[in-house]
Structure formats: structure tokens, C-alpha cells
Unconditional design. Structure first.
Length: 146
């Protein structure tokens, strides 16, 4: 962690250390899982039937999606660790409010307070709700999906 000018004074040194250790452990765990997943291509000789091939393809696609999400999480953890170092960890990126220790323990990569996160999610849903389908030319509401 080192000596930094701390803006996140609501967190004690012990709390920061606990959260930093948690982030580092999560990052190491994810990286280990990613390195264990080395085989993505299917061997056609292993496929005895088309149904088996389709099932295996679906499983490999799911694994690839999961690995992509895990890669994104590693990037977020790395950014969060930088925030710990520069003294900005535990502060909402929208309103600069202090994010409670309990929330950070539950979601160490949280970068918004509950209020700002809820507002952000509502805006996302609103955009999705108003999004026009490229193929149908209608919003989800007009199409009757939402």
C-alpha cells in the first residue's frame, strides 16, 4: 500500500489492508482459474455424434463467456487496487460519498455508493426500455417484450 495521501479517511488502515488482501486473493484466484482453462478448440475426432458435438460446443461457448467476464473482473480489481494506492478507494466515483466498509466487504470492487448505483441501474433499464430494435424497428415496450 505504501504512504499515500488518503482521502478515504473513513476506512482504517486495518480495514484497507483487509480489503486489499481480499482483492489480491480474488485476483489470484481468477487468474489461476483462467490459466487452468487452456483448451477451447474442439477436437472433431472426439465427437462421435452431432448431439455430443452441439453440447460440447455450447459448453465451450459458456466457458469462453465466463472467462471473458472473469477477465473483465480482473481489470476491475486491478483498477480498484490502484484506487487503494492513490487514496481514492472507498469513495463514490459519482458523488464522492464514502462507501461503507460493509458494502466494500460484500463487493470489494464497488466504486459507487448505493444511491448512485441504483440511479445508474435505473438509467440503464430506461435506456434498454427505450432502445429500438434494429430488426423490428420498435422499442421493447412497443413490441410487448417488457
Amino acid at each position: 500500500m505504501g504512504k499515500v495521501q488518503r482521502r478515504n479517511s473513513h476506512l482504517t488502515d486495518a480495514q484497507l489492508k483487509q480489503l486489499e488482501d481480499l482483492l489480491l486473493a480474488q485476483k489470484e484466484d481468477i487468474l489461476n482459474k483462467i490459466s487452468d482453462q487452456t483448451q477451447y478448440a474442439l477436437d472433431p475426432n472426439e465427437q462421435k455424434e452431432q448431439v455430443d458435438a452441439a453440447n460440447n460446443n455450447r459448453e465451450k461457448e459458456q466457458e469462453a463467456r465466463l472467462l471473458s467476464r472473469q477477465g473483465f473482473l480482473v481489470k476491475k480489481i486491478t483498477k480498484t487496487l490502484q484506487d487503494v494506492t492513490n487514496g481514492e478507494y472507498g469513495l463514490c466515483k459519482e458523488c464522492d460519498a464514502e462507501i461503507p466498509f460493509e458494502r466494500l466487504m460484500a463487493r470489494p470492487v464497488a466504486d459507487m455508493c448505493i444511491t448512485c448505483k441504483e440511479d445508474s441501474e435505473m438509467n440503464e433499464k430506461s435506456k434498454l426500455y427505450k432502445k429500438v430494435s434494429k430488426s423490428l424497428g420498435k422499442t421493447a415496450q412497443e413490441y410487448g417484450r417488457i
